[in-house]
Each structure stands twice: as structure tokens, then as C-alpha cells.
Design a protein around this ligand. Structure first.
Ligand SMILES: Cc1cc2nc3c(=O)[nH]c(=O)nc-3n(C[C@H](O)[C@H](O)[C@H](O)COP(=O)(O)OP(=O)(O)OC[C@H]3O[C@@H](n4cnc5c(N)ncnc54)[C@H](O)[C@@H]3O)c2cc1C
Length: 412
């Protein structure tokens, strides 16, 4: 049975929802198709009485000044400053290093010159601890492999981040899913609808899907916004007939950085009597997780661990994390204080297949070309289509959805 509308939107993350809202605002009928039984995609907030506050299993921070990010309904998110003391854990032990992350971020902005890999650039221009920290930052923050990630990409991302004051980070204290709820208001969406095939020609699109019970569903529209994650597009689990050239190139040349989050709830803060007791962020130059942070501004005994890039390919271990803390804080037997642990591996998620987009060196065409509208019929959205250097962020995904909706309208 065919369900008909003007525009179909594949994927109910913030990119797809932003496209839907913008189309709705312009009076264009549309329908969002989403594989999961919830909207929001890589925004996934856990609300559970056992936890002292909302826990973000996916996106966690607003990277930049909220007014610059222009997220819809940003006031209802109650963004609050989430930064504080930074400490580094290295072979010399635990030491305060405020500004370490900022220094590494600034260094990325200096990676100008011919496009090369981050490793090649760092080998030439840095040494010792600075190089190690910068490599950790490239893999940790950008989920990128320093051996292959493009310096041009890192410079673009770092310049774009500077424009919004990305060195500042804010926590949506009411939970990031508040944004999803606002975006989803009045949006028409079919949940538990997994897209398997798109057949298209100018002015007509047929989409095949299966519902939660495995029943086939068909949809037809004049135009299609593809807001599926790059990781899913790369697996080829959604077939396009005929193939879309830009998408083929993107699948081949763009990468998705793996990310694993480890969330630990302790019975009490084991750090309370240590000289580092006021830390917000711990950067490990060598450890299973590149960084651990407290959920500021909340003062809770919850720590969030982050492995990204090549390090996230290793199996995460709660014991390994506890041992790293025991060594750094010179405490014993931390497992007795551990109350709960969550491991979230985004590469294992069939509807994400990774953390976010990374550009390796040698991309044959700019993103604008790869994800340009096709035959006034296919349009692209999603964090990986952020042309302004805001890939891998919530605001980049929101803006991409709004752009795709404008493109739909502009082509008449
Ligand atoms: C662990 C982690 C931490 C992050 N931290 C931050 C942060 O602190 N700050 C920040 O700004 N950004 C952060 N990000 C990035 C941010 O989450 C993303 O950039 C943004 O949420 C992507 O939105 P999107 O709509 O492009 O994709 P998604 O949210 O992935 O939406 C795509 C949708 O498509 C659906 N889908 C997939 N396959 C199918 C199919 N076959 N059929 C139908 N639907 C399908 C998915 O279920 C999903 O809902 C983080 C990401 C991760 C993974």
C-alpha cells in the first residue's frame, strides 16, 4: 500500500526533524520515516530515577555559546556552563592543565598548508608531550584516526568552532531530548519504519521499508530528504536505484569515527579528598579512555568516559577504567564504590554505525558537491553534510536540515 506526500524525510534525528519543521512552516506536506521506536537518533537521553540527573548516552554538550548556535527552543534546554578544571594524567602522574584542550584546539587551527594527515603535520611541527596531547585531541574530540584525517578538514572545523566560541561548552540541564521533543512537535513521523530501498526518477520517489513486525511498507513522494547517518549509508543497507553518484563517492571517501561512552555511577565521589577534587575534565594521554568528565553543573558522583577514534575500536572495560582511576588518584579497590555502569558503543548501533563524520585526506570533491541536490528530487541533510565546518555537532545537524528544506522550496 502506498502512502503519498509531497516530501519524504528519511531519518528522525535532529537533521530530519529540522527539515520537517521548516517544510511544515512553509506549508509543504511531509512525512518523517524513522527506524527506531523513538526520535532523536544520536541524541539519546536516559531519564531514570536511579540516576541523579538526565544522562546523555549520545550528544551531551552545546559546543559554543548557545546564542551563536541558534538551536530552536534553546532556552527550554536550560544550557549551563559545563566546563571547569582540566587535569592531565600522564606518565608523570596527575597534574592540573587548564587550557590544555584549548591549546590543542588552537594547534589544529595552525595546520595550514597543503592538505596532509594530522600525523604527518604533527611529526613535522611538534614534539614530545605537545604532540601526544594533540594526537589525543584529534582522535578524542574528532573521533578521527590521526594517521588518515585531513588537516584541511581539521582547520575548517576548528575555524568554524572558533566562530561560535566552541571552546566553551554548555550542558542542556533539562536533557538534550528536550530539543528533540520541541522539534518533533506537530511533525508527522512513522516510527519503527526501517528504510531498505529508494527508487527514484526526477519528480518521483518510491521508498520501501519494513515495520517493527517485518511487514513491508511503501511510500511515494515528489521529493526526498535523506537525513540518514553516514555510517548507515556506508553499509549499503539502504539501496538506491539508480545509484546516486555523489552518495557513492561519499560512501567511499568519507569515514565515520567510532565512539564508545562509558558512564559510571559511584556511591560516593572517590576524588573528594584528593587535591584534584575540583576537576571537571581528566585527559588521559595513555589509557583506555581519552577523557573522563563530571556532569557539570551537576555535582554528582557520575563520571562519563569517552573513547573515540582508533582507541574506541578496543573492547571497553569497566575494570580497566577503574584501574586507571586507582593509579591516578592513588586509591584502592574502587569496584566497591561502583554502583552502576553503562557502556554505549555507537558503532554497534545498527541505526548509527559510528559516532560522526571524519574527512580523510584526499577527498575528490568538496562536501557541497557530494551532497548537492540531485535532479530537484533528492536532498541531503545530517551532520555529515555540514558544509560550514560543523560536522559532528547537534547544531551542524540542525542547520543542515534547515538548509535541505530551503533547497526543497527553492527548486519549486
Ligand atoms: C557519543 C556521541 C556524542 C556526541 N556528543 C556531542 C556533543 O556533545 N555535542 C554535539 O553538538 N554533538 C555531539 N555529537 C554529535 C551529534 O549527536 C550528531 O551530530 C547529531 O545528533 C546528528 O544528527 P543527525 O540527525 O544528523 O543524525 P542522527 O541523529 O543519527 O539521525 C539519523 C536518524 O536516522 C535513523 N535511521 C538510521 N537508519 C535508518 C533506516 N534504515 N531507516 C530509517 N531510519 C533510519 C536513525 O535511527 C536516526 O534517528 C555526539 C555524537 C555521538 C555519537
Amino acid at each position: 500500500m502506498h502512502s503519498n506526500t509531497d516530501v519524504l524525510i528519511l531519518g528522525g534525528g535532529v537533521a530530519g526533524l529540522s527539515a520537517a519543521r521548516e517544510l511544515e512552516r512553509r506549508g509543504i506536506a511531509n512525512l518523517v520515516l524513522e527506524a527506531r521506536d523513538r526520535l532523536g537518533g544520536r541524541i539519546h537521553t536516559l531519564r531514570d530515577a536511579a540516576w541523579p540527573h538526565p544522562i546523555e548516552l549520545g550528544a551531551e554538550f552545546l559546543h559554543g555559546l548557545p546564542r551563536k548556535l541558534k538551536l530552536p527552543h534553546r532556552f527550554s534546554l536550560r544550557p549551563r556552563d559545563a566546563d571547569g578544571e582540566h587535569w592531565v594524567v600522564d606518565a608523570r602522574g596527575l597534574r592540573q592543565a587548564d587550557g590544555a584542550a584549548e591549546d590543542a584546539m588552537n594547534l589544529l587551527g595552525e595546520m595550514t598548508g597543503p592538505d596532509t594527515t594530522a600525523d604527518a603535520w604533527l611529526d613535522k611541527h611538534t614534539k614530545g608531550p605537545q604532540r601526544r596531547l594533540a594526537r589525543q585531541f584529534v582522535s578524542g574530540f574528532y573521533a578521527a584516526d590521526p594517521k588518515s584525517v585531513s588537516t584541511r578538514f581539521l582547520v575548517e572545523e576548528s575555524e568554524a568552532s572558533e566562530e561560535v566560541h566552541g571552546e566553551r561548552m554548555f550542558r542542556p540541564t533539562r536533557g538534550y531530548d528536550t530539543l528533540v521533543q520541541h522539534l518533533a512537535r506537530d511533525v508527522k513521523a512513522h516510527l519503527s519504519t526501517q528504510i531498505t530501498r529508494v527508487t527514484w526518477k526526477r519528480g518521483r520517489v518510491d521508498v520501501d521499508a519494513t515495520d517493527a513486525l517485518g511487514h513491508a511498507r511503501s511510500y511515494r513522494a515528489k521529493k526526498l530528504v535523506i537525513a540518514l547517518p553516514l555510517g548507515v549509508l556506508k553499509t549499503n543497507s539502504v539501496r538506491f536505484s539508480p545509484v546516486v553518484d555523489g552518495l557513492q563517492l561519499a560512501r567511499k571517501h568519507l569515514e565515520v569515527g567510532p565512539i564508545v561512552k562509558l558512564v559510571l555511577r559511584f556511591r560516593e565521589p572517590f576524588w573528594a579528598k584528593h587535591r584534584a577534587k575540583d576537576f571537571t575534565m581528566l585527559h588521559f594521554t595513555n589509557g583506555p579512555q581519552q577523557a573522563w568528565w563530571r556532569c557539570r553543573p551537576f555535582d554528582s558522583p557520575v563520571l562519563v568516559g569517552w573513547s573515540a577514534g582508533p582507541q574506541a575500536k578496543k573492547q571497553p572495560s569497566v575494570d580497566g577504567a577503574l584501574h586507571a582511576f586507582e593509579r591516578a588518584f592513588r586509591v584502592k579497590n574502587l569496584s566497591r564504590l561502583l554502583d552502576a555502569a553503562l557502556v554505549v558503543d555507537w558503532s554497534a548501533d545498527p541505526f548509527a554505525r559510528g559516532g560522526y563524520m571524519v574527512q580523510p585526506v584526499g577527498l575528490p570533491s568538496p562536501l557541497q558537491q557530494l551532497f548537492a541536490p540531485v535532479d530537484d528530487t533528492l536532498f541531503f541533510a545530517g551532520e555529515h553534510t555540514s558544509f560550514e565546518g560543523h560536522a559532528g555537532t547537534v547544531h551542524g545537524a540542525v542547520w543542515s536540515g534547515q538548509r535541505a528544506a530551503r533547497e526543497v522550496c527553492d527548486c519549486g
